[in-house]
Design a protein around this ligand. Sequence first.
Ligand SMILES: Nc1nc2c(ncn2[C@@H]2O[C@H](COP(=O)(O)OP(=O)(O)O)[C@@H](O)[C@H]2O)c(=O)[nH]1
Ligand SMILES: [Mg+2]
Ligand SMILES: [Zn+2]
Length: 335
Amino acid sequence: MAKFKITDQQQRRIRRKQSNSIVNAHNPHRGEKLLQSGELGPEQTGLVSTRYSNQVDVVTSPTSTPQRCYLRSNLDSVVTGDDVIWCPGEPYGVVCAVLPRKTQLERPDSRGKPRPVAANIDRIVIVIASEPRPHASLIDRYLIAIEHRDIQPILLLNKVDLPSDNKLLANNLAKVYRELGYQVIEVSARSCQGIDQLKMALQEHRSVFVGQSGVGKSSLINAICPAAETPVGSLSEAHTKGRHTTTTATLFFLPEGGQLIDSPGIREFGLTHLEEQDIVGGFTEFKPYLGHCKFRDCSHQNDPGCALQKALQAGKISPQRMQSYLLIKQSLSND
Ligand SMILES: Nc1nc2c(ncn2[C@@H]2O[C@H](COP(=O)(O)OP(=O)(O)O)[C@@H](O)[C@H]2O)c(=O)[nH]1
Ligand SMILES: [Mg+2]
Ligand SMILES: [Zn+2]
């Protein structure tokens, strides 16, 4: 046993080494030092597959092993989905530059300031199910949040296998959004009905799943992307809710081509504060009537000469969407 004992001096050296490595891990100039060391490979392009507190994983192809990288100190934000210029190295590479983003999703940090969490997404899959009971205004909040961004929404009605009292409600919702021109896909993560159609819709795109807890997001993500290994059941998400710092967004490659970015932080995207002027613009079928109300400050409720109310009466706007609009507007004062 004696030879496994370490002297006080050795113990001190180990402690010093350990604290050094902690200092290094948090040192913003670590990237600079590595770049200056001349030990790194040549600059090349890559894709950020995971963002950690001050490092990222970079991949160069769907099959490449992620390489852990430090960031150059002048980079203010690098997120999952960013295309970057980086230099590979053993054991750490360095990200030198971030290429311009086409789109980004944000969520509020602990001070309420919006921070990007994922970049270059072009599909948002809004998942609903008959259980838990779907709410039209929740769907509309997501639609408003992605309005003016180059992101296409897909409404996914999951659990079509499940007998439920809300089935009619869920089917009616699917019908309303289909008639508005949104892509609606009906699936069951359990029976796999519609899963092939979902895979086709996501092929060659970069997507995220959003929606209420319990609708089956994790089950669906596992069905289309087994590598994600997302825990199923409401407990796993209940644990991570509200813990802003531990939300790591990870990018997975879909077997059919394209990628999926998953994190509880992104799944809650769209549930944050909305601005008054953005709300009405998020209802696509309202657009032809905007600016046609008698009064410029029309509340679109009981005001005389309201073009939206007229469209509602004429059956051009569904009562459910109108109700949802007024509900979201009302919630602004409570947000
Ligand atoms: N019957 C049925 N149950 C499902 C389906 N998809 C998910 N579930 C169940 O719904 C619950 C919540 O699923 P989960 O994937 O964790 O939902 P998440 O909170 O949105 O990620 C779990 O008990 C799943 O087994 C489905 O298509 N049909
Ligand atoms: Mg889940
Ligand atoms: Zn009006």
